[in-house]
Ligand binder design. Structure first.
Ligand code: PLP
Length: 259
């Protein structure tokens, strides 16, 4: 049977991030992609121009329709916009109890646009972190989750351990935002210890890397890989997709090549 993965996230009209990146990533991993759209963004490579959030009743209908007909191996969570949406998603995940949940705690876009209302941070901490197989924050997101700055590789280790102490099962902390010209080092921390993944840093501004990484982890879990292998393969996928990335808009922003 073809594995199925569900993304519950925001739509990016520009096609570089969000639901659109998630579905392209699932397809590239030969996983059938399902989607429940939690937010709509009007967006191009230069920024977000408008956001609209569908009703929670309609979001619930999308999620229930997917679980009612497909064997879903993994769920990826992306932009959820509001506390109300987070509660609706958590309720649905508690009802359907999928095997794997990859939580990308999307908060602010690279362009600076807010993708999660500040008041929703507590709901994310209390309702979604406990449901996640793995949470995939970048450094600014981990800083907001923990309330402490993370500026070094040692601080990344301490932050991952601190997140595990809050009851999170596994953390894939992405090091791309570290002010550092060296390799990008991502860190997986779980009950088995810590694993690092290293890739050469590209000097470019990219869009959709976080969405793609989390979706690739979900696709790999869906295909039966163990978490550490799923994260390693996902990092390699993002690196390769960035290497042949392209500029579809009028700005210098690079989107990933999933072809
Ligand atoms: N738009 C949507 C709908 C997203 O889900 C995300 C990221 O998760 C973004 C935009 C931001 O992408 P980036 O920060 O890579 O520009």
């Amino acid at each position: 049977m073809t594995p199925c993965a569900l993304t519950i996230a925001g739509s990016d009209s520009g096609g570089g991030a969000g639901i659109q990146a998630d579905l392209k990533t699932f397809a590239a991993h030969r996983v059938h992609g399902l989607s429940a759209i939690a937010a709509l963004t009007a967006q191009h490579t230069r920024g977000v121009t408008a956001v609209e959030v569908p009703s929670t009743a309609f979001l619930r209908a999308q999620i229930d329709a997917c679980f009612d007909d497909f064997g879903i191996g993994a769920v990826k969570l992306g932009m959820l916009a509001t506390a109300e949406v987070i509660h609706a998603v958590a309720d649905a995940l508690e009802r359907h109890a999928p095997r794997h949940v990859v939580l990308d705690p999307v908060m602010v876009a690279t362009s600076g646009a807010r993708l999660l209302e500040p008041a929703a941070l507590d709901a994310l901490r209390q309702r979604l972190l406990p449901l996640a197989t793995v949470v995939t924050p970048n450094l600014p997101e981990a800083e907001l989750l923990l309330g402490t700055p993370i500026a070094t590789h040692d601080a990344m280790r301490e932050a991952s351990a601190a997140l595990l102490r809050t009851g999170v099962r596994a953390v894939l902390l992405k090091g791309g935002h570290l002010a550092d010209d060296g390799d990008v080092v991502d860190l997986l921390a779980d009950a088995n210890g810590m694993t690092t993944y290293r890739h050469p840093r590209f000097q470019l501004e990219a869009h959709g890397t976080g969405c793609t990484l989390a979706s690739a982890v979900a696709a790999n879990l869906c295909r039966g890989l163990a978490l550490a292998d799923a994260c390693r393969a996902a990092g390699d996928y993002v690196h390769a997709a960035l290497q042949s990335g392209y500029r579809p808009g009028r700005s210098d922003i690079v989107v990933l090549d999933h072809f």
